[in-house]
Write a protein that binds this ligand. Structure first.
Ligand code: FAD
Length: 286
């Protein structure tokens, strides 16, 4: 379809992230969200890769389906931990044969009980090298503004990230609520001689418990003022969704003002919040 690195070279991108649904009802929701958000004319979308089992095949099927039906590319996320080299070569060759030009190359998480993953890979860098070997893909990698939760220290995290970005075409960040974390990441990478474009990931949250859980898992700071607002709305109703839109709108506005190469919005298989952010900021064609 089109390489994301080429699309990015032409100007700021706006993109959305989806996940593979688990039930037939959720699949209907996924399809309507993709169709509704296609009207906003995104530069690309991405689809996450499940921790195991059938969700992995669903990612593959949905990437091919969206990529062939829509006028923007669909990029698969792909994790290497727990996979053999042969499995990944097969999957990548299939993507390539079906016209998929982009891959978000990730390590994935090792088994939480500390057991051997049974795969051939540990770090995302190894997958980036394999993806380059298998085909002519545009390759994205993950970046953690507030440092990866498994990192022992900030300085080694940044060095590993700079080395990984040097092999890739673009980075895409974990969500954050304070723009200063993104700015500091860009500055620290620049000090290491790395200027690979970094797309900030923005999550318009819809659930207070879910936001707190994910923030804890990912080392994401929830600023005191936002903690207070979350206490006030609580739950996962309309007030929480509206707060999520308000917070994301402000964040996207600050990021665009800072001069980011694009913004990646976590759609979470729903259209309403993204549509509201677009409307608030006067983005896109609608
Ligand atoms: P890496 O870049 O390999 O880093 C992992 C850790 O190892 C870091 O602490 C790093 O500093 C360290 N490290 C790296 N290289 C070395 C080295 N040579 N020596 C020593 N230490 C090193 N997970 C999913 O399962 N599916 C998804 O679809 C998915 N999508 C994501 C999308 C985004 C935008 C982001 C930010 C994350 C996503 N993740 C996903 C989560 C990701 O898989 C986990 O955070 C995983 O733990 C690390 O992946 P990574 O690619 O950042 O790993």
């Amino acid at each position: 379809m089109a390489k994301i690195s080429e699309i990015m070279s032409k100007g700021k991108t706006l993109s959305f992230e989806f996940f593979p649904p688990k039930t037939p009802e959720a699949m209907t929701g996924f399809n309507s969200a993709v169709d509704a958000l296609a009207a906003l004319d995104p530069d690309f979308v991405s689809i996450t890769y499940g921790a195991g089992g059938s969700a992995r095949d669903t990612t593959y099927d949905l990437v091919l389906q969206v990529d062939s039906r829509q006028k923007f590319p669909a990029m698969p996320h792909l994790t290497c931990v727990g996979h053999t080299r042969a499995e990944l070569v097969d999957l990548l060759a299939s993507y390539r044969a079906n016209g998929i030009d982009n891959v978000l190359a990730l390590a994935g998480d090792p088994p939480s009980d500390g057991s051997d993953s049974g795969g051939d890979f540990v770090y995302a860098t190894e997958l980036v090298e394999l993806v380059r070997e298998v085909g002519d893909f545009s390759i994205g990698v993950a970046a953690f503004p507030e440092v990866h939760p498994r990192s022992t220290d900030r300085s080694s995290d940044r060095k590993h990230l700079a080395a990984k970005l040097a092999l890739a075409d673009f980075g895409m960040t974990q969500f954050f609520f304070d723009v200063s974390h993104y700015k500091r990441l860009v500055e620290e990478l620049s000090d290491l001689g790395c200027s690979v474009p970094l797309l900030p990931g923005v999550m318009p949250f819809v659930s207070v418990a879910g936001t707190r859980r994910m923030a804890k898992m990912n080392n994401t700071e929830i600023p005191a003022a936002l903690q207070h607002q979350l206490d006030l709305v609580d739950g996962d109703g309309v007030a929480t969704r509206e707060l999520g839109v308000q917070v994301a709108t402000e964040l996207v506005g600050e990021l665009l003002e800072f001069g980011v190469p694009g913004v990646h919005l976590y759609a979470m298989n729903r259209a309403e919040s993204i549509q509201a952010i677009y409307k608030n900021l006067g983005l896109g064609t609608n």
